[in-house]
Design a binder for this molecule. Sequence first.
Ligand code: GDP
Ligand code: IMO
Ligand code: MG
Length: 427
Amino acid sequence: MNLAILGAQWGDEGKGKIVDLVAPHFSIVARYQGGHNAGHTVYVDGAKFILRLIPSGILHPGLTCVIGNGVVIDPRALFAEVDELGRAGIKVDERLVISDKAHLILPYHRDLDLLSEARRGERKIGTTSRGIGPAYEDKIARRGIRVGDLADPRGLEQDVRDNVTARNRLVQDNTMEWRPVLEELLQYGERMRPWVHDVSLMLSDAMRNGKAILFEGAQGTLLDIDHGTYPYVTSSNASVGGVCTGLGLGPRAIGGVLGVAKAYTTRVGEGPLPTELFGEMGHRLRESGHEYGAVTGRPRRCGWYDAVAVRYSVRINGLDALALTKLDVLDGLERIQICSSYRCGSRTLTEFPSDLGQLAACEPVYESLPGWSVPTRGVRRFADLPEPARRYVARLEEVSGVPAAIISTGSARDETILRGDVQGLKL
Ligand code: GDP
Ligand code: IMO
Ligand code: MG
């Protein structure tokens, strides 16, 4: 059976760890959206890997890793990652497949990302400045350059000239030359050629031959372009719908859906975060959780678990279960809060509001649970968790509406509690 693993909050939930953990049950791991704005951390035998574009299954020899058409690829970032993995002894060459329909991020997209943020001033999104939004803009405006276009140098020259000219009209403090952009691109095209395939066809053939696929989401549901806290979102469908459009598969190809959620909440960048903690407790979560961006190093905003937001994710994605991460970060707290509803003026909301203004005006309504003093770090059996931690998890399951099939108690593979199956798939 195939399984989608995606973020149930605002990104950085620990998707990389969970994908790496369950990847041995599958033959293929496929990314369906986002780009190198993602930073998925995986620890193997104490060595740390941060995967940006390459699926988090790459550390298991023999697994095929696929980058789908829904992903935007910066060739520089791709090859930097391939080379970095190569230096660490991980061979990527024979195992990477890239869709010919994936769009490219080019140097002008990065400039346009910075320009757009500067123009927004106070209302900036707080993007990763990787050119993600402008590359998806070009895709939707039908002027994007795709991986498959690298095979046609003449057509490519015209497209690069047009796009660089458009960039120079907007970014007026310096001029970009189109020739070096084209030349660099042609070199990358040459190097990428052996990996380029019709991904939809390749995946459906694999399924026919009984191979199981793991779909790896980037970012999180609340950062989804349609269902997230727009406009403070990324420019792709991080929610489950992205699997179909981003890989060219029908919905029945998705067997189960596992949402990854931290046992508290974080967000990096701007936009509403109802449970955000500003004082000592926010600082405490940030420091014990090492909540600094894997890609940009920015401090992440931290808050209590927001069950309203996670319930929304359960609905948007049809989540079967959660992988609950970073439980150990809460070790040693006297009391822990769970936001189970919002107060908005005189009204109590149990559903995540679809209007951003309303969301911004919401106050979290908390229930308070006792914390635990015995550390949970590294615990591998549910029964070995201190009793208040078991109660906390049970309450999170109740208020979120789905079971926690995986509980993560540390960043290493074996610091994990496996508690059953997702849609019949034994994890
Ligand atoms: P992703 O983008 O969803 O893959 O998440 P990131 O890699 O950006 O951030 C998650 C961070 O938490 C990484 O540094 C992980 O190594 C770490 N992590 C994952 N699970 C756990 C856990 O259960 N406990 C602790 N303490 N750290 C974890
Ligand atoms: P992973 O896959 C957390 C956020 C940015 C910003 C917004 C838009 O590691 O969970 P963008 O550069 O995409 O246009 O920025 O989205 N963002 C992420 N936040 N984790 C991520 O990825 C993110 N990718 C983008 O901080 O608020
Ligand atoms: Mg991340």
